[in-house]
Design a protein around this ligand. Structure first.
Ligand code: BGC
Length: 372
């Protein structure tokens, strides 16, 4: 099916109660330099919807049905582009070149020391001052048998934010007819560099105005995590979760232990840690399952990555007002950022994040929704 057909079909469906599957484009505003930004609405066969913009590859909304079939938007974000441009903690965005922190914003590769933007105290966070979350990606709506798909492409120039090598990126967002948002990342380089891509969606399965996420039940498929220092840089240790508040091998509510007097929780002001996933299948394994008990909404996260950053929005404080005028307070959302481990460029014992010319970086994460 041609792209135009997909779009026309979807425009017709937009305001109907039971929308037809497809993808449609609408204007979302313009960047200060005048470039136009679009928003794409993806609808699957079940009426589930995702809206995604080329600016930062941000997922601005994502609906999921509860146990009664009621749909609600389960991600944080803003109603308009202007609010995204004013600044926010990476709501829904594609993160890169390097998700999470690189100590002191520096690493050695080959015989060269590279200095990156230090945008988090003296550390480098989420790709630097102008990471992929602030890039205007080229967008191509398409249709694949699994569902409507938005293909985003971007070229990160050699030297951008201090990284070596030109990086050519493709990110495919597919809203499958099985109620999954699937994200396929692909990258190639012309010089050795480090790559660690993720999506930074903030979820609250209770829907808009759902309050804090402390009663969400979480399972994380990890026997180990990577403890951090006060600056949230991994110490290099791979520590067992056994007997710690990090043990989510059996489902537990987030609130049950988040305020325990525990050094790791103090450093993170709550959960802000990388879990080392127990992987059965290197292609796609269960990383986490989240259940919101009042609505019955369930989200499963599957990934090909070795780790996941479990972050409970400890640094939100109610000052940001999001969609529909909702003030985003402390711990009103959770993030499950699939990734290689933070600071891997300086931790040779961690799985490598080096990408070399001729190699292809490939990574897949699936957010699967259901209700119980
Ligand atoms: C980090 C947090 C950070 C948040 C928003 C998470 O991935 O681990 O420390 O505050 O992103 O930037």
């Amino acid at each position: 099916m041609g792209d135009e057909t997909v779009i026309i079909r979807s425009v017709l469906a937009m305001n109907e109660d039971t929308p037809a599957a497809g993808i449609t484009r609408m204007p979302f505003g313009a960047l200060p330099d005048g470039r136009d930004v679009d928003l794409y609405l993806l609808t699957n066969d079940n009426g589930m919807r995702a809206s995604i913009t080329g600016y930062g590859g941000i997922v601005t909304s994502l609906t999921a049905a509860d146990r009664r079939g009621e749909s609600a938007d389960v991600v944080l974000g803003f109603d308009d582009l202007g609010a995204y441009l004013e600044g926010h903690p990476y709501f829904g965005a594609i993160i890169g070149r390097y998700g999470n922190r690189i100590a002191n914003g520096t690493f050695e590769l080959g015989r060269t020391t590279f200095t990156l933007a230090q945008n988090n105290n003296n550390n480098h966070l989420h790709g630097g001052a102008i990471g992929f979350d602030k890039a205007l990606w080229s967008a191509q709506p398409q249709s694949v048998p699994e569902g409507p798909q938005l293909r985003l492409t971007h070229v990160s120039a050699d030297g951008k934010e201090g990284y070596p090598g030109r990086l050519d990126l493709t990110v495919d967002y597919t809203l499958t007819h099985d109620n999954e948002l699937r994200v396929d990342y692909r990258a190639t380089t012309d010089d050795p560099t480090h790559v660690n891509l993720t999506n930074h969606s903030y979820f609250n399965l209770a829907g808009p105005g759902g309050g804090d996420i402390l009663s969400h039940e979480v399972l994380i498929n990890a026997d180990h995590f990577t403890p951090v220092d006060e600056g949230l840089i991994p110490t290099g240790e791979i520590r067992s979760v056994e007997g710690t508040p990090m043990d989510f091998r059996e489902p537990a509510t987030i609130g049950a232990r988040i305020d325990t007097d525990d050094e790791q929780l103090r450093f993170g002001s709550g959960y802000d840690h990388n879990f080392v996933l127990n992987r059965v299948d290197r292609e796609l394994s269960l990383a986490a399952r989240v259940i919101e008990p009042t609505t019955g909404r369930v989200m499963e996260v599957l990934t090909s990555e070795p780790g996941v950053q479990f972050y409970t929005a400890n640094f939100l404080d109610g000052r940001l007002t999001g969609k529909g005028g909702t003030a985003y307070g402390r711990r009103c959302a959770l993030c499950l950022e699939t990734q290689h481990f933070p600071d891997s460029p300086n931790k040779p014992e961690f799985p490598t994040t080096v990408l070399r010319p001729g190699e292809v970086y490939e990574s897949t994460t699936v957010y699967r929704f259901s209700a119980i």
